[in-house]
Design a protein around this ligand. Structure first.
Ligand SMILES: [Fe+2]
Length: 456
C-alpha cells in the first residue's frame, strides 16, 4: 500500500462519515416546563429524529418524515428539574450525546448568563464563550442582548454557531434583536425558534420571569408591544410563584460610554414600567463594554463585551454610575429563593462588579408576607469577630451566608434552634481579608440582609 493510499485510509478511519452532514450540530431553543425545541442543519436534505431520555440509552423519540436541511423538533413530556440526554439523527448521521437541565420547580436555585454583542470578531467571541463553558455549574439558560452577527448573513450565522455550538447544545439561548440583527431577520427566523413572534417574548424559569423587548419595533404607550409588556408584568404580579423579574433588550437607557448615547425613548416609556413592577435587573448591550447603573431601584447591566471590538471612550460618570469597564465579559446570575447574585466574568476568569439583591417584594399589588426578619451585626466595622442578631417571626433554623465583595460565599453560619424569635450567631473572621462583605440571613421563608466591613 502506498503512503498516499495509507494516508487516505487513515482519514476515512478517523473522520466518521456520520458527523459530516451536520452543518450545525443540534442546539436547544425555547424550553418550557414540559418541552424544548431541538434545531439542527444538515448539508443535504434529509429526514430527522431526536432520541432523548434520562440516560444515554434514551428511550423516547420524536421524528419528522419530510426531507429538509433545517430540522426542528419539539421534545415533549419532560419532567421538571431533571438532567436529560439527547442526540439527533439525520439519514446515516448521528450527533454526539448532549445533556440539558429541564426547568426547575418553585424556589429551587438556578443560574443564567447575560451577554451579547458577539458579532464580527470570532476570536474574542470564542474567548468569552470558552469562559462561559467553564462555569461550574453551567447555567440553565442564557440571555443574549443582541447583535449576534454583523449582517445576519448565512455565512455570519455559521461563524456564530461555530463559536456558540458547544454552549447552545447544553442550554437554551434567548436573543433580543439588535440593530445589526434587524437589518436582515431572515436567518434569525430561520435558525432561532424563540417564543411568541421571536422578537419580543416571555420566558418563565423557576421562580423568575424574563421579558425580552425588541427596541427596534414600536414600543411606545398604546403600541402592541407596550400593551403586551404591561400585560406580562401584571401577570407576574398576580402570580405568587414569581419572585424576580428580569428584562433584556439591545439599547441601554443609561450609559456613559461614548460609543452610543443613552436611548431616552426607552428611558421615558419603559423604565417607569420597570420601576413600577420592581424589575430586579435589566440587561442591554449596543455599547461594547460593561456598565452597571442603578436608577430608582432598578439595576441596569450593560453587557456588550461578548466579542465585538471594545468601545474604550467614556463620557463623564453620572450619579447613577456604579461600575464601568471596557472589557470582554459575560455576566453570571444566581437565583436562590428570594436572593439574586450577579457577577461579571472576563475571559481570563477575573470576576468583577458583584451584586447581591434581596427581593423582599418582587412585584406590586401583592399582599406583603406577615413574616418579618431583622438582621444586625455588632460591632460593624469589626476586626476579628462579629455577632449577628437575627429577629424573625418565621419558625425554622436560621442560616447566615457571608459573601465577599466579589459575591463569593466565605462563610455559612447555622443556628439549629427552630423556633421563631431571637437568633445569635458569631463569625470568627480572623482568617478573612479586610474589606466589604454582604450577609443574607434566612429563616423559613423569610430573608434579611446587611452589609459588613472588616478592618485591618
Ligand atoms: Fe448594537
Amino acid at each position: 500500500m502506498s503512503r498516499l493510499v495509507r494516508f487516505a485510509c487513515l482519514i476515512l478511519l478517523t473522520v466518521p462519515a456520520a458527523e459530516a452532514a451536520f452543518v450545525k450540530q443540534p442546539y436547544l431553543q425555547s424550553l418550557t416546563d414540559a418541552t424544548v425545541i431541538v434545531h439542527w442543519e444538515t448539508s443535504t436534505s434529509q429526514t430527522g429524529k431526536v432520541q432523548y431520555g434520562l440516560t444515554s440509552s434514551y428511550g423516547q423519540e420524536v421524528s419528522h418524515s419530510n426531507s429538509a436541511v433545517d430540522h426542528e423538533l419539539t421534545l415533549t413530556g419532560l419532567q421538571m428539574d431533571t438532567l436529560y440526554h439527547y442526540r439527533a439523527i439525520s439519514g446515516s448521521d448521528t450527533s454526539v450525546d448532549a445533556t440539558f437541565h429541564s426547568n426547575v420547580t418553585g424556589n429551587r436555585p438556578f443560574r443564567f448568563f447575560a451577554y451579547g454583542d458577539d458579532r464580527s470578531d470570532s476570536a474574542s467571541h470564542q474567548s468569552v464563550v470558552t469562559r462561559m463553558l467553564a462555569a461550574s455549574p453551567l447555567p440553565n439558560l442564557a440571555l443574549n442582548v443582541g447583535d449576534l452577527t454583523y449582517d445576519g448573513s448565512a455565512t455570519a450565522f455559521r461563524t456564530f454557531f461555530n463559536v456558540e455550538g458547544g454552549l447552545m447544545r447544553r442550554l437554551p439561548m434567548y436573543a433580543s434583536p439588535g440593530n445589526h440583527d434587524v437589518s436582515n431577520m431572515t436567518n434569525w427566523l430561520r435558525y432561532l425558534a424563540l417564543p411568541n413572534n421571536e422578537r419580543w417574548y416571555t420566558v418563565r424559569y423557576g421562580n423568575s420571569a424574563f421579558h425580552c423587548v425588541d427596541v427596534y419595533s414600536t414600543y411606545t404607550p398604546g403600541s402592541t408591544q407596550y400593551n403586551w409588556l404591561v400585560s406580562e408584568l401584571q401577570a407576574d404580579s398576580a402570580n405568587p410563584a414569581i419572585q424576580h423579574i428580569f428584562v433584556w433588550f439591545h439599547d441601554p437607557p443609561y450609559t456613559t460610554n461614548a460609543g452610543h448615547s443613552s436611548n431616552t425613548t426607552v428611558r421615558s416609556y419603559l423604565c417607569p414600567l420597570f420601576e413600577r413592577f420592581h424589575v430586579a435587573m435589566a440587561f442591554q448591550g449596543h455599547n461594547h463594554c460593561y456598565e452597571h447603573s442603578l436608577v430608582n431601584g432598578v439595576h441596569y447591566i450593560l453587557t456588550g463585551g461578548g466579542g465585538a471590538p471594545l468601545y474604550t471612550s467614556w463620557n463623564a460618570a453620572q450619579p447613577w454610575t456604579v461600575y464601568r469597564e471596557a472589557t470582554f465579559e459575560a455576566v453570571v446570575i444566581d437565583v436562590n429563593g428570594d436572593t439574586v447574585k450577579s457577577v461579571g466574568i472576563k475571559p481570563n476568569g477575573t470576576r468583577f462588579d458583584s451584586l447581591l439583591l434581596v427581593q423582599h417584594t418582587a412585584v406590586v399589588e401583592r399582599p406583603r408576607s406577615p413574616v418579618t426578619s431583622r438582621l444586625q451585626a455588632t460591632p460593624n466595622p469589626f476586626r476579628d469577630r462579629v455577632y449577628f442578631t437575627l429577629e424573625s417571626t418565621a419558625p425554622g433554623p436560621a442560616q447566615i451566608e457571608v459573601c465577599d465583595a466579589l459575591g463569593r460565599t466565605v462563610a455559612v453560619l447555622t443556628d439549629r434552634n427552630s423556633g421563631a424569635g431571637h437568633h445569635v450567631l458569631v463569625w470568627d473572621a480572623s482568617d478573612a481579608p479586610a474589606g466589604f462583605y454582604f450577609c443574607v440571613a434566612r429563616t423559613g421563608s423569610s430573608t434579611a440582609f446587611t452589609t459588613l466591613v472588616r478592618t485591618q
